[in-house]
Ligand binder design. Sequence first.
Ligand code: SIN
Length: 311
Amino acid sequence: MVSTRTTIGSFQFDNCLMNAAGVYCMTREELAAIDQSAAGSFVTKTGTLKERPGNPEPRYADTALGSINSMGLPNLGYHYYLDYVMELQDRPKSKNHFLSLVGMSPEETHTILKSVEASDYKGLVELNLSCPNVPGKPQIAYDFETTDQILSEVFSYFTKPLGIKLPPYFDIVHFDQAAAIFNKYPLAFVNCVNSIGNGLVVEDETVLIKPKNGFGGIGGDYIKPTALANVHAFYKRLNPSIQIIGTGGVKTGRDAFEHILCGASMVQIGTALHQEGPQIFERITKELEEIMTEKGYESLEDFRGKLNYKA
Ligand code: SIN
């Protein structure tokens, strides 16, 4: 009997597939649609201290090989999402969920996390250190000193299970340096990767989206090799207690299989979910199960991280 069940820390999930933050997660209605689908969980849109309208539209475009977006963290404020996940957690047989959060400054991040710490929320938190789309705000996790300082301060008061959403890294030295910092902290997981920041897609003579003169985060087919490299690099470098969530370029069961083979414990779907809708989870689960059956794997543990290298 093939199963795509998984765990992150002490949290169990009937399916390893879920949405990526930013897609199908802005409102309760969208989150409910993911919750009622074949997905094993959902993550909320990244909630900030106050509600944000985000960047001017058009700010998302599908492309031949994926997508470009410069949403700019539009969201309804972290309390909206905190209230919803707390409401769900009290329902019988509720799935476990991820609450995505970040402040517009380290101070705001601490205000939010202290409020979550003081709340009755018992689920997982994903701290977004990687949004490339807020004008004037760099992707936090590219600044190792600031990242170290934020994590050090967070873990001085935050005791609930917390992971971080990372931007893609492109250099072996950066994998080493980032992993050395993350290994100092009791992180539940790292999520690899957010979009590849600040790409530019041109159609005829014009950019596709309005914010930042067309610069935006790239998702979809373009980013799978980068995502797999980040998943595997951190799988090899992080303490085994820090699990990996794989995100980037997943639109088939084969893509999900490769993320798990590279070390992912859960797999998130962004661009393809945006294009296909929540029924995608049923299709990709079925495709993943078929691959597992063909190869004689019964559970994710049978092949997670067991990527073969050429001799
Ligand atoms: C956005 O809201 O700009 C996308 C979310 C992210 O990249 O973190």
